[in-house]
Design a protein around this ligand. Sequence first.
Ligand code: SF4
Length: 414
Amino acid sequence: MLETQSTRAASIPAEAALRAAAPAVARILGAALQGRELGFSDALELCEVWGDDLAALLSVADELRRRAVGDAITYVVNRNINFTNVCTVGCSFCGFGRSARAADAYFLTLDEIAAKTKEAWDRGATEVCIQGGLPRDLDPWFYRDILRAVKRAVPEMHIHAFSPMEIANGVERTGLPLRDYLAMLKSEGLGSIPGTAAEILDDSVRAQVSPNKLPVARWAEIIRAAHALGIPTTSTMMYGHVEASEHRLRHMLLLREMQKDTGGFTEFVPLGFIHSNTRLYRNGEARAGASRREHLVVHALARLLLGPVIPNLQVSWVKLGFELSLACLDAGANDFSGTLMEENISKSAGATFGEYVAPEEFRALIRSIGRIPAERTTTYRIRRSFLCEDPADRVPVRLRVADEPNAHHPVTGY
Ligand code: SF4
């Protein structure tokens, strides 16, 4: 058996890994290496791989990543601004939303959002990522007013904001047609939209975990409308709760079809379910997040299924921690996401990560697996490649709880 304990897929050449794999798995992976598009049944077979077959999948995903985007691992210097945790939607997987009367409910003013933007810019950020809960009495024009406040504070800041659920909320409150509402947000400075609120794009799964959220058809309609207006979006998938492999694959295949039509997705971001502080887990309706093997398989499969049309595959270090993020970056992923500065949503659900990673720390982590750090913009224009090591990049990496030896990993649950 090939050595897979280190999860360093990169250390096993793809051809050697294929020779050690079962013939059926080797056939599917060989076809992927030759550039053939994988269908549902072949991808389903790859969901169940272990041992040498798993090693082969990770190695092929790593090779396809190398061919598609090279050896750089990108990151963006950004700040998350979650402007309120007051929310009436009640998704059972969420540990972030609060009722308006909760003792720890908060609502940032426009001045506070502007001040956070200015502070982020002064610390080198090029992007603010703005999302929040959906309070009952939100002003119909609040999302527009956020854009104005941010642009007044820092005109050059890229605003990556408002999930499709928030867009649907704004459309409903203002009464504007979807296209006009999005065009208005774009003219006020919206640069791109997070493809969140996707969870699993299957209405039967959504009925279990987020029955009050927009259905799949509306999510896709909003994303397509944004792309048609030249507003790029990311794409995401939350996995490791009640869904089965089939749901994940159909989710990715839907994104693939949408991308072939619009070309508007900048990246795909698998988001592991953080279970600890969620009603879904407490009620015994979901498992405690994905296993380590599943995290690796999801990222590798994303490279195989989506890589030809969405070349950028991001790890969420907030959900995974550093050690597992690096393993996924060795299994098909090429982007380390953002510095964030603060990130409230995952922390509220029980993640132990999610405050701030200095760019120097990202670069040290990236170099630790022999890759090249590169700072990017939100839309993947390279701002600066760090081909040569800078002494400043040798900062000691601060271990988060889950990266310490023998610590229980709150995400993978093993
Ligand atoms: S996931 Fe978003 S919409 Fe759902 S309850 Fe949490 S804050 Fe509200």
